[in-house]
Design a protein around this ligand. Structure first.
Ligand SMILES: *Cc1c(COP(=O)(O)O)cnc(C)c1O
Length: 370
């Protein structure tokens, strides 16, 4: 007898069957420092105001003009340069998928430095595009020669530059990026600057776009409210030359951003000072954490422009894995990135938390290293 389930899988793509589902680590009762979330919630009085606003939303209707209000509010928030368009995604993750879909002509390729954000490769491959990962240098800088060679050879439709990068948390050399943009633009390719960590970064490519719009005529810039403090609502946005954004926007499911997401984002944009204060606290905590980690024997922290930090263990090859388990036993959850890429061997990725959470992290790490 044929197993009916096996028969039903006949039309599921083999590459999909071979995939593993994205694993979200269990975190109940833990200090959650694994996913670059903002550790702060809204003050109670703003929570109450938001509740009243959400309660009054027409949830019986499909999203309508409030979505346009949100687009206008975001355009004001980023001070959108003239001639650029803006579109919304259900998180940046959706924008990355739509970009792959838009570029999926036969033989099209997507290229990104590695280690980097896994969704670039995953969404490309699911749309049938070839994905090319180019290793960073050992100190996590762009390998300009290797990038330029790979781009010349494959002429990718899209080159992703995460600015700052996940998980290495650094900004790459701006001159290198300018030269790569020139190279990619010359044959018609797109460069996507992914600024998910912009609230914690000292630089934004948007200033570069303002300074030299012509050189950036094929650059799209993506941001998200996730690391800003609203990971739960799923809202990403992308700005770029109107004609390019228009093409990608055609692929967007018409009601991809819910009325609740939109109202919550509008509310947050009316209180940007609260989120700016939270980001300032996180940046200050990041520096304190970095200094404290530099004092710890057996680990080397990497400087960060984001709300996360890579920590390398200098002991034997299993040191990071053992520390991860000790942290977990102390109810501190981080991300073990040791196996993600050879350049990250013996590394953990820490998210910067509240002062109290960071103190617990440091105490647990100290015990792991003793
Ligand atoms: C977290 C992250 C995103 C995804 O953001 P969402 O809006 O939550 O989907 C995109 N790019 C990078 C580099 C990230 O780290």
């Amino acid at each position: 007898m044929t197993n009916p389930t096996n028969l039903a899988l006949r039309f599921i793509r083999p590459d999909v069957q071979a995939m593993h589902a994205y694993v979200v680590q269990h975190s109940a009762g833990m200090v959650k420092l694994d996913a670059m979330e903002n550790p702060f919630t809204l003050p109670p009085e703003l929570q109450a105001q938001l509740g009243a606003r959400l309660g009054a939303v027409d949830i019986n209707r499909y999203p309508g003009t409030r979505i346009d209000d949100l687009k206008h509010a975001l355009a004001r928030y980023v001070d959108l340069p003239a001639g650029l368009g803006l579109m919304l995604g259900n998180g940046s993750d959706e924008l990355i998928s739509l970009l792959s879909m838009a570029c999926a002509v036969p033989n099209a390729k997507v290229l990104a430095p590695e280690p980097g954000f896994v969704m670039y490769g995953m969404s490309a491959q699911l749309q049938g595009l070839q994905y090319i990962g180019v290793p960073l240098t050992a100190d996590f800088e762009l390998d300009e020669v290797a990038m330029a060679e790979a781009i010349a050879q494959s002429e990718p439709a899209i080159v992703y530059i995460a600015y700052p990068n996940n998980p290495t948390a650094n900004l790459w050399n701006a001159d290198t990026i300018r030269r790569l943009i020139t190279q990619v633009s010359a044959y018609g390719g797109w460069v996507v600057m992914d600024e998910a960590y912009q609230p914690f970064s000292s630089r934004s490519w948007l200033d570069e776009i303002r300074r030299d719009p012509n050189a950036n005529a094929q650059v799209l810039l993506m941001r998200t409210l996730s690391k800003f403090g609203l990971a739960g609502i799923r809202l990403g946005y992308m700005v770029g030359p109107t004609a390019l954004v228009h093409e990608v926007d055609k692929l967007r499911p018409p009601y991809n951003v819910s009325v609740l997401n939109a109202e919550c984002a509008l509310f947050a944009l009316e209180h940007t000072e609260v989120f700016a204060q939270q980001a300032a606290t996180i940046r200050a905590e990041r520096e304190k954490l970095f200094n404290a980690l530099q004092q710890l024997p057996g680990v080397t922290p990497y400087a960060s422009e984001a709300n996360m930090m890579v920590l390398r263990f200098t002991g034997d090859a299993d040191a990071a894995h053992r520390a991860f388990e000790v942290l977990k036993a102390h109810k501190v959850l981080v991300k073990n990135v040791s196996k993600m890429h050879p350049l990250l061997a013996n590394c953990l990725r820490l998210t910067v938390g509240t002062p109290d959470e960071n103190a617990q992290l440091l105490a647990a790490l100290t015990s792991a290293l003793s």
